[in-house]
Design a protein around this ligand. Structure first.
Ligand code: GLN
Length: 537
């Protein structure tokens, strides 16, 4: 078993997660079984309780773990299935250690960062290695070298490498080489200092992945090689990619990063076969068709809040050889300016998930616009609840229709809490979370798109469609095309006679990959493409 550790230097947001994921792609395509894991040094037990403003999207796994959005990259780039074992925060480490202490596991010893905290971190690498049966475990250490809270993780991987023996571990440092305009030069000093900081703790990277805006010339590569003690060919240049993050595996391959990693780890084997990946990139760079999709949401200003949704829309495009231009629209702007101005000219409209009252009326107007003007509509979680409220208000004439999340006293609560949820007062991990089966109605659009009568999709929500109104909706023409196997929970709704009006209580965006576009996203983009031929609304 081999282990790769990825650390980050100089600044955050350098794409360590993407580097881990892209390296995973290459190693898989060399024939290795890969597992990828993220360590997050913050003290939250998981990011589930963090605001999207703080942390971007919460990425949900099959087993209901609420994780960092980097795990989304891991799943999209590779074929590994992740579980809560693939995500570890300082909060979880300390929680375990403190529980152990209370239970007397440490037999009266003084409980310390070294060895108790570091042992727990190492244990989690071993557990993943054993459970995943992977040939190679890639561990990304979140944060930046020099952060106080990251130290136990760095110490733990140092010890781990010592125990694993030479040739079994490979350390990769992702760093930033800034371009200073006034000097007209790239500067390597921050990188040198970041590596010096790593060395203080006893870690020496074997590969330097250098993020930069301009090409790294030979001289700079030699300088980094000399100061950071890596062979010059192990200085990897990663400029900002031109078109898509999915180019990254090909960039790393061109720089022979996977080759070097395999050499460090004494792994033989043929080069990665990336033909299918090149075809994906071709479709991204020069697609045959193009559509414009509006994503109308609550957290539009944030780059990462709907990460998986944006990616899944692009995958839906790949599935149709179609470029997807995403127009981000703030729900509150629809409230101020009305839907026509913002939504006219779109070939499809998607409302993703969200929590809380702000912007809800704008979302309802958006769903109404899509329904009445026959613009393809795809609702995800909150997007399904919104479509339901809109249908109730404007088709069924239930003027007070609402969700009790936004209007607890409404007399027409078409979306409400289940009894089991009503008693919950804790915040973390208490939603309906993770993959659950869904039965699809014969003859429905959903069943046609899936090409199956069962789906298994991930959830993250508290509120549900209120079954007291099911018959009324059905009489009004709405089809409940996906239900939980016991028939009690509404999972998918659709509107026959509309080019594409479909919404799900689950989050299909978490299961889409560039090489396996999710069928609902693929179907939505196909409908938008059709719409682009008819002409926009
Ligand atoms: N706020 C809604 C609920 O909790 C929708 C959640 C979501 O969109 N993820 O049910």
């Amino acid at each position: 078993m081999k282990f790769i550790f990825i650390t980050g230097g100089v600044i955050s947001s350098l794409g360590k997660g993407l580097t881990a994921a892209a390296l995973g792609t290459l190693l898989e395509n060399r024939g290795h079984k890969v597992a990828i894991q993220k360590f997050d040094p913050y003290l939250n037990v998981d990011p589930g309780t963090m605001s999207p403003y703080q942390h971007g999207e919460v990425y949900v796994l099959d087993d209901g773990a609420e994780t960092d959005l980097d795990l989304g990259h891991y799943e999209r780039f590779t074929n590994t299935k992740l579980s809560r074992l693939n995500s570890l925060t300082s909060g979880q480490v300390y929680q375990t250690v403190l529980n152990n202490e209370r239970e007397g596991v440490y037999l009266g010893k003084t409980v310390q960062v070294i060895p108790h905290v570091t042992d727990e971190i190492k244990r989690r690498i071993h557990v993943l290695a054993a459970e995943s049966r992977a040939d190679i475990v890639i561990t990304e250490v979140g944060g930046t070298t020099g952060d106080i809270e990251g130290l136990p993780f760095l110490e733990a991987i140092r010890e781990f490498a010592l125990e694993a023996g030479v040739g079994n571990t490979c350390f990769i440092h992702v760093t930033y080489v800034p371009y200073i305009k006034a000097a007209g030069e790239l500067k390597t000093k921050p990188t040198q200092q970041s590596v010096a900081k790593l060395r203080e703790i006893g870690l020496s990277p074997q590969l330097m992945v250098c993020r930069c805006e301009k090409p790294l010339d030979k001289e700079l590569r030699q300088k980094i090689s000399l100061f950071c003690s890596v062979p010059v060919e192990a200085v990897i240049e990663v400029k900002d990619v031109d078109h898509s993050i999915y180019e990254l595996p090909l960039v790393l391959q061109r720089e022979q990063a996977d080759e070097l990693v395999c050499r460090v780890l004494h792994l033989d084997g043929p080069p990665a076969k990336m033909g299918h990946w090149q075809e994906i990139i071709r479709k991204l760079i020069a697609p045959q068709f193009r559509v414009r999709i509006g994503v109308v949401g609550k957290y539009i200003g944030l780059q990462d809040a709907y990460k998986s949704v944006y990616e899944a829309l692009i995958h839906g495009g790949i599935g149709n050889d179609c470029g997807v231009e995403i127009v981000r629209i703030d729900a509150e702007e629809i409230e101020k300016e009305g839907p026509e101005k913002k939504l006219g000219g779109l070939h499809g409209i998607c409302i993703p998930g969200g929590f809380g009252e702000r912007g809800i009326e704008g979302l309802i107007k958006t769903a109404q616009f899509a329904r009445e003007n026959k613009v393809p509509y795809f609702g995800l979680c909150l997007g399904m609840q919104i479509a339901t409220i809109e249908f109730a208000r404007h088709v069924l004439k239930m003027e007070k229709a609402h969700s009790t999340e936004f209007h607890p006293e409404t007399t027409q609560a078409v979306i409400a809490l289940l009894d089991a949820q009503r008693k919950v007062t804790k915040k973390g991990g208490t939603m309906r979370l993770g993959a659950q089966p869904c039965q699809l109605q014969v003859g429905s659009l959903a069943a046609k798109l899936y090409g199956a009568f069962m789906a298994n999709e991930r959830h993250r929500h508290r509120f549900e469609f209120n079954n007291a109104f099911r018959e009324k909706f059905e009489k009004g023409g709405l089809v409940f095309s996906g239900l939980s196997p016991d028939g009690k929970l509404v999972e998918v709704i659709e509107l026959p006679g509309h080019p594409f009006y479909l919404a799900s209580q689950f989050h299909p965006e978490f299961l889409s990959k560039p090489h396996q576009p999710h069928p609902l996203f693929k179907g939505f983009i196909a409908a938008a493409l059709q719409q682009s031929r008819v002409g926009p609304a």
